[in-house]
Design a protein around this ligand. Structure first.
Ligand code: GDP
Length: 305
């Protein structure tokens, strides 16, 4: 059994390679829900949807999120009524959010709904939201604390990050199966995702970090930082805002209490010795995932670790 911790785009690219090498039934993916947001009465779960759409082969690959070929007519109409229509909700994508919200209103959990959606889209991997409870990532800025999507999408990650807070972290329980899948795994993979607001959130859910420390599984992380910068997204701004240098080493250090092996990009090979001094084994390879072959090759390196 393999368990992967995942955010959105970086993780989904990596998992595309991994599912080509392992049986879907042997894979559990625990996904960040700190970015979840209610918009126009609908529950949107961005990272869960990115992973689901990507593995189902329907993601808009250019954007990395949403459904390929989707249109935005509903959003255009909404913009006539409200300046709050800033989140990119495609017409087909809206069907997912409507279905999810209706089931949640009927008392199902986010995990129950996620199973239904992923099965309907033909997936056999288990996609598990990290929690079924309220957990909200907020970014502290000079203008106060704002929802992560407000920071990222509405305001274009322009505010200086003064801190990060996880609302609900004290009370949110891991979804059923999260801790069990970590304890039963032979391998726990930390996908190349934002270490603060994608992996950091999962690790902040009660009992998760502790389970990862205790499990006998081998723990392998892929660096989301290449040549001292993220491939995409605001990981640099968040790392810097929290007082960390922007480097692969910083990410390895954040995981050093549990990590066995760190997969470092060729362009960061100068950091190998420093990371090894943290007591972590380092493998250096190409981690830039452009083609399907890149994704499979990176997944193979992780499996062989
Ligand atoms: P988000 O929630 O959509 O931002 O997705 P994630 O948290 O999963 O991914 C963001 C991280 O993925 C960023 O730090 C990127 O640098 C990293 N990432 C994206 N593409 C690649 C890639 O091809 N290779 C590696 N190593 N990291 C990547």
């Amino acid at each position: 059994m393999i368990t992967a911790l995942a955010g959105g785009v970086g993780a989904a690219k990596f998992l595309t390679g991994l599912v080509k090498l392992v049986n879907g039934k042997d894979l559990t993916i625990i996904v960040n829900t700190g970015d979840d947001i209610e918009l126009f009465g609908l529950h949107v779960s961005p990272d869960v949807d990115i992973v689901t759409y990507t593995l189902a082969g329907i993601v808009d690959e250019e954007k990395g999120w949403g459904i390929k070929g989707d249109t935005f007519r509903c959003l255009e109409e909404l913009r006539k009524f409200s300046r709050e229509a800033w989140f990119n909700l495609g017409d087909k994508d809206l069907a997912t959010h409507m279905f999810r919200t209706a089931l949640l209103k009927n008392g199902l959990t986010l995990s129950n709904v996620t199973v239904q959606i992923s099965q309907a889209l033909g997936l056999d991997v288990a996609i598990l939201p990290m929690t079924d409870d309220k957990f909200e990532t907020r970014i502290m800025t000079a203008n106060g604390s704002i929802h992560f999507e407000d920071y990222l999408v509405k305001r274009g990650a322009k505010d200086r990050v003064l801190g990060v807070e996880f609302l609900g972290a004290e009370s949110a329980n891991p979804a059923t199966g999260v801790v069990e899948s970590i304890m039963d795994a032979k391998l726990v993979v930390i996908c190349p995702s934002n270490p603060i607001v994608s992996i950091g959130t999962i690790l902040a859910v009660k009992g998760v970090r502790d389970a990862i420390r205790r499990t006998e599984a081998k723990k392998v992380a892929v660096s989301p930082i290449i040549a001292g910068a993220p491939v995409k997204g605001p990981a640099d701004k968040l790392l810097r805002g929290l007082g960390h240098e922007v480097s692969a080493y910083s990410v390895a250090k954040l995981y050093s209490d549990f990590l066995d092996t760190f997969i470092l990009d060729l362009s960061d090979s100068a950091e190998k010795d420093k990371i090894e001094k943290l007591g972590i084994e380092v493998k250096v390879t190409n981690t830039i995932m452009k083609s399907l072959e890149d994704k499979i090759q990176l997944a193979r390196t992780v499996l062989e670790s």
